[in-house]
Design a protein around this ligand. Structure first.
Ligand SMILES: [Zn+2]
Length: 99
């Protein structure tokens, strides 16, 4: 990976059953749900690789998402992924613990 996050993120892992550090995979998941889409950024447990999806958009109309940004989600744009990974407000919204 060419980019890295300086913020260490912790979350209770559903795989390990305890609090673990989670790593930004640099990949997005886009799920069309009728007329709306959900977009997540995927993190992974450092220990067991259990994934944890952090919500970027929830039930959002695709027309409300900037087209260039939407394209980057589909292409798993690493720069954008790591920008989210350094966004404290985004991490807080997802109830991530970090240092
Ligand atoms: Zn785990």
């Amino acid at each position: 990976m060419r980019y890295c996050n300086t913020i260490k993120v912790y979350h209770r892992c559903g795989g390990c059953g305890r609090k673990r550090q989670f790593i930004n995979t640099g990949r997005f998941r886009v799920n069309a749900n009728g007329k709306n889409v959900d977009v997540w950024l995927i993190y992974q447990c450092i220990k067991c690789k259990h994934s944890w999806n952090l919500t970027i958009y929830e039930r959002k109309q695709p027309s409300k998402i900037p087209a260039d940004e939407y394209q980057k989600f589909l292409e798993n744009d690493e720069v954008l992924a790591y920008r989210f990974g350094n966004d404290m407000a985004f991490l807080k919204r997802n109830k991530a613990e970090f240092e």
